[in-house]
Design a protein around this ligand. Sequence first.
Ligand code: ZN
Length: 57
Amino acid sequence: MTYTYKCNKCNNEFTIEKGMNEDIEIKCECGNTDVRRIYSVPKFKINCSGFCGKINK
Ligand SMILES: [Zn+2]
């Protein structure tokens, strides 16, 4: 699993690869551990049907 986090200190976004039950410390490259999880939808999963048609017309 890959998780995306954002640092609350320097706003750096980074991804961490870890298992679901793996408990590792999430740390930004600036050394700050005060980070929050970002839930991003993978682009390939976005369903275009109906919605994109309306934009193009
Ligand atoms: Zn940071």
